[in-house]
Design a protein. Structure first.
Length: 191
């Protein structure tokens, strides 16, 4: 009696189809690695101009704001601040109990080595990440100098509650758990 070849488990037979299906989904996932882009374009506005403006978020008794200037001269400047509102233990200050709990100055600039994102957070060392991918309303910066790579992603998506869009900032790697904060665009100031 001839020996029959052992049957491959169904999962192994379907693996190529599963990979194809999952690969198709990953293209739309905002953190999917994107191809390397040339860094010879000094015009940050064409790549990162969508960051410009003021963004806001509230999480309980914490309010956060993120501001980016217009890209000019190969630089895009930003600030970030989170304040604790009234009623929080230890909240003090001259403006009725509101206290700054974290802040950072941000600099995105075109250098000879490419586009670089520098952050100067309160009480911490400067961090520097290189732009590795940019698409319409999304950008990924990376730092590979440490033992574990770190990724900083900015992307705009449709807000879940009631329309509009939100700017999401995701930080992952470097031995820390991934974190994501999403901001809605603040209304322009009226003079």
């Amino acid at each position: 009696m001839p020996r029959l070849a052992p049957r491959r488990p169904a999962v192994r037979r379907l693996a190529p189809l599963l990979l194809l299906a999952l690969g198709g989904c990953a293209v739309h996932y905002p953190y999917y690695p994107l191809p390397q882009i040339p860094n010879d374009d000094a015009d940050l506005g064409s790549r990162l101009g969508w960051l410009e403006g003021s963004w806001f978020r509230q999480d309980g008794a914490l309010e956060s704001e993120l501001h980016f200037t217009t890209a000019r001269g190969g630089t895009l400047l930003g600030t970030s601040r989170t304040v604790a509102l009234h009623g929080l233990e230890g909240a003090g200050g001259s403006d009725g109990g509101v206290r700054t709990v974290e802040h950072a100055l941000l600099l995105i600039e075109h250098t000879e080595g490419g586009v670089v994102h520098r952050s100067f957070p309160k009480g911490k060392d400067e961090t520097s990440l290189r732009l590795v991918a940019a698409r319409v309303k999304s950008a990924v910066f990376e730092d590979t100098s440490g033992p574990e790579p770190r990724h900083l992603s900015y992307f705009v998506r449709e807000a879940a509650a009631g329309g509009g869009s939100e700017l999401c900032v995701r930080l992952e790697g470097g031995g820390a758990p991934a974190s994501e904060r999403c901001y809605v665009r603040a209304a322009p100031l009226v003079e």
